[in-house]
Design a binder for this molecule. Structure first.
Ligand code: DGY
Length: 318
């Protein structure tokens, strides 16, 4: 029997893909440059499966043009690149990579919070530029972090891992907002608040909610106006959850002290107003990027495909 065809839409770890060859004919787009929607559609002709990241968009239009596609396995936990109703209407097998990136991403959340609040990026650029003339009493004075209040918007797996670090490591009080109270909150003595109350109360805010129509610009000009002027905003979730233009304006006007951003609207493009903000620490969507974590993400995506090839349910269905 002919093996089903599988398109691997990104350069991943080649050694981890090898076991797939026992079950699938692989077509590997071995590049960090994503396929355009048209190229993806063309490459998917005759493919049963797609192994992709969070950037390849699978929507009704693509599905209509790729009638053989039956399965999509993502190496990312975020799956806002999938049009779920369209995928479900087709009955696609779908999987993502939850769990394996929680700790690495939470570490990075703290890194961004500390870097932004304590002005690490500004200080580092200052030293490299040869501008440092010596110690000064209020040089790059930042905002305190330890012992302050952290607002976590979305106390899911990663949000809770960030909150644990902040609470147990930095003695921070945790307040959080999301639709329902979280079971994680008890051990953290975390208080469940409406978003507006959280924004008013928190000394620093971390955003960790999935992106979708209901979270588009969840943090916009009106929400930023509620935050303390000394506060830091960290976005590790997805571009589009925060209104980047409104954020840049708040950072430029001094309405908000600092931001740490790993994700951007329309990335890899970053809004020029944000690029011009010295008080924003900007990183290229690397929160989960340790080698063991990125390998675990790929392994989980591969494990789903191996299970499907044997007619079993995969370990992490969407
Ligand atoms: C994810 O898994 O959704 C991350 O954003 C990618 O690193």
């Amino acid at each position: 029997m002919r093996q089903p065809r599988l398109l691997v839409a990104r350069r991943l770890f080649g050694d981890l893909l090898e076991p797939l060859r026992a079950h699938y004919r692989l077509d590997v787009h071995d590049s960090d440059v994503p396929l355009s929607p048209a190229a993806l559609t063309a490459r998917l002709q005759g493919c049963w499966g797609l192994l992709a990241s969070g950037t390849e968009r699978v929507d009704a239009q693509l599905l209509a043009a790729c009638p053989d596609l039956r399965a999509v396995s993502l190496v990312t936990v975020g799956f806002n690149n999938l049009d779920l109703p369209a995928c479900q209407a087709r009955g696609l097998l779908l999987s993502n990579a939850p769990g394996v990136l929680t700790e690495a991403t939470a570490d990075f959340g703290l890194a961004l919070l500390l870097a932004a609040a304590r002005r690490v990026g500004e200080g580092e650029r200052f030293v490299r530029a040869g501008q440092w003339q010596g110690w000064a009493i209020d040089q790059f004075a930042g905002a305190p972090v330890a012992g302050t209040t952290l607002g976590v918007v979305g106390l899911g797996r990663i949000g809770a891992a960030i909150a644990r670090r902040a609470h147990h490591g930095f003695g921070m009080r945790i307040v959080y907002s999301q639709r329902r109270a979280s079971p994680e909150a008890v051990a953290l003595q975390a208080q469940h608040l409406p978003l507006t109350d959280l924004l008013r109360l928190a000394d620093h805010v971390v955003v960790m909610v999935p992106y979708g129509p209901d979270t588009h610009h969840l943090i916009g000009a009106a929400e930023l106006a509620l935050m303390k002027p000394s506060a830091t905003l960290v976005n590790l979730a997805r571009g589009g959850v925060v209104d980047d233009v409104a954020l840049a304006s708040a950072l430029q006007s001094g309405r908000l002290a600092a931001a740490g951003l790993d994700v951007f609207e329309g990335e890899p493009a970053v809004h020029p107003h944000l690029l011009a903000c010295p008080n924003a620490v900007l990183t290229p969507h690397i929160a989960s990027s340790t080698l063991p974590t990125r390998r675990a993400m790929v392994q989980l995506a591969v494990d789903n495909l191996l299970a499907w090839a044997e007619g079993r349910p995969g370990p992490s269905p969407i």
